[in-house]
Design a protein around this ligand. Sequence first.
Ligand code: GUN
Length: 294
Amino acid sequence: MPTIIDGKKTSAEIKEEIKARVLEIKAEGGKTPHLAAILVGNDGASQTYVGAKVKACEYVGFESTLVRLEETISEEELLKTVEEINENPDIDGLIVQLPLPKHISVEKVTNKIKPEKDVDGFTPSNVGRMALNWPAYVAATPYGIVELLKRYEIETSGKHCVVIGRSHIVGSPMSILMARNGYPGNATVTLTHSRTQNLPEIARSADILIVALGKAEFVTADMVKPGAVVIDVGIHRVPDSSKKSGFKLLGDVKFDEVEPIASAITPVPGGVGPMTIASLLYNTLLSAEKKVYG
Ligand code: GUN
């Protein structure tokens, strides 16, 4: 039977660790970590995500500030809001929830966030620092995967790691993290994408397969080497009349088929997903304790 890599349990453990550290900081008379989130517009999924982030802050004892802005806000006004938070010494971390309305440049807004407060790890400064193996805020999803590999003591050195998907948020940073000198890391990495030829064959040669391309049940059993470690980043809502909610959640991996041949696998839901908020809280704690930029 493969190891089921339990992200729900692991993220709960990390939250308890952070909560305990916050109590220590407060007892020492230190500053309470404070996360600010900017949410533009009324996108349902974004509201849910930001709501969960604020709730998680409360749970671990952080302060949080949610700034809600109209869908029609100008780019200039949003940049001004970012700047105000940048300059507010009480706020340790700032995230701008994506996606943003089409008339606003994500690049401009991201680049306006002070790297020292960029707990999403999206700014060029933090992506560069991560690639150089310097102290950095690593984006929530890749950082969550790194933490799962560590806590489940998955051997990565000298292994062939195949990453499917080259997004800026997951695939690309994941490939860098797995190749860098350290643990987890020291893997031989192949980054595959929509133009890759012989993808099933390459996937089948992976000791560690990280799947983040955003297609429901894309990876089937014939694409997985027996004994591989499989990390599934996908999450898709599909209608299911047998469920009370009316839908079920699927990953990028056909779980029922792949699970019996893997040595370890993340489920969906309850795998990588729950780790992302834990990573964001962890980065905010690092910022409050000045552990990344000093
Ligand atoms: N939208 C989807 N995922 C994320 C994330 O990790 N951070 C932000 N800011 N927006 C997102």
